[in-house]
Ligand binder design. Structure first.
Ligand code: PCA
Length: 329
């Protein structure tokens, strides 16, 4: 009897709390798919951004993050936002160079291999990228670079010749092309699936950041990480343009503030994560260090070919991005 009374009190309190919590407006719920694991710094940053929007708009816009490709796989996220299946989401735009070569500006080998250069390159590319996104019904909120890209193997590699025949996991056109030009066999695999791919032997190598290798515990299958600093690709958080135009000016301002904060916080996390994850790979048992001179010079040759190919594909826009970037240096 006593127990029932206690229970009823609990229910009554909960009901009361519910009534007072119901806001006077119709709250909008936005789903935000993200491709990378929940523990990845981009995903953690996205969760903080989502909370900032939910809090800042007093729940008028409530964003729920779905990390790890759980709602849409990486390759499908952009289309899901464009077509309004979701309101917002994050995607690596260089995965869509088939739509516009401009999206590949952040994956050109050795053009902007440091955080500093990558920031300048983004400044140069921003108007062009935003223009393409606008045509695709997308509004960019913020973007964050991955740490510099290096090579993972399950053997010692000292030259491009040592890469021949290796099964190579790619994540965009650039990485697939790199594989082709170095005699490797590319296979496209989402970051969330790489540990499985390495464990089963579907792939035995990749180019990526220390972050993705660390998140995916690749030391369980791989042995070597070579710092190459090839490029710093970016993740972009985009909102459907129709959804965005329906947002009140006050809420747009709040979201923009949250986005500016997320961009700065994400950049810092990316920088901090670089060394942290190299240390983590080492603790996992991998050999981590700079690529040797012979390997680097071979990669630079391949990089020159890839740069020429990108400039050809991206035409005047591509040339303008590279020229503007070089003028900033
Ligand atoms: N991680 C992502 C993209 C770049 C990176 O560092 C990946 O490997 O898919």
């Amino acid at each position: 009897m006593k127990r029932t009374a206690k229970l009823m009190t609990g229910v009554a309190t909960a009901a009361l709390a519910l009534t007072t919590a119901i806001p006077a407006f119709a709250a909008e719920k936005w789903d935000m798919p993200m491709a990378y694991s929940a523990s990845n710094f981009h995903s953690e940053n996205g969760v903080t951004f989502a909370q900032c929007v939910t809090d800042g708009t007093s729940g008028e816009i409530e964003i729920t993050v779905h990390p790890g490709g759980s709602l849409f796989a990486g390759a499908d996220i952009k289309r899901a936002i464009q077509t309004g299946q979701v309101q917002i989401g994050e995607r690596l735009l260089s995965g869509h160079q088939n739509e516009s070569a401009v999206f590949g500006f952040d994956s050109i080998p050795f053009l902007a291999p440091s955080f500093d250069d990558s920031g300048k390159l983004w400044e140069a590319a921003k108007p062009k990228v935003e223009a393409v996104l606008e045509e695709q019904n997308l509004h960019l909120l913020y973007n964050v670079p991955w740490p510099p890209q290096g090579l993972y193997f399950k053997k010692e590699v000292n030259s491009v010749a040592d890469m021949a025949g290796v099964k190579f996991r790619s994540y965009n056109n650039t990485t697939a092309r790199l594989a082709e030009l170095t005699g490797m066999a590319p296979v496209t695999i989402e970051a969330a699936e790489v540990s499985q791919a390495f464990a089963t032997g579907v792939a035995e190598s990749m180019i990526s950041s220390g972050a993705t290798g660390y998140d995916q515990k690749v030391w369980e299958s791989l042995t070597h990480y070579y710092e190459v600093d090839a490029w710093l690709p970016r993740n972009y958080v985009m909102v459907n343009a129709d959804v965005w135009s329906g947002v009140s000016d006050a809420n747009k301002e709040i979201i923009n503030t949250c986005a500016t904060e997320a961009e700065a916080r994400g950049l810092q996390a990316s920088k901090d994560y670089t060394q942290f994850t190299y240390d983590g790979l080492r603790e996992g048992g991998m050999a981590v260090g700079p690529a040797g001179e012979e390997l680097m010079s071979g990669l630079r040759e391949v990089g020159a070919t890839m740069t020429a190919e990108w400039l050809e594909a991206a035409g005047d826009d591509g040339k303008a991005i590279v020229d503007d970037f070089k003028a900033m240096k």
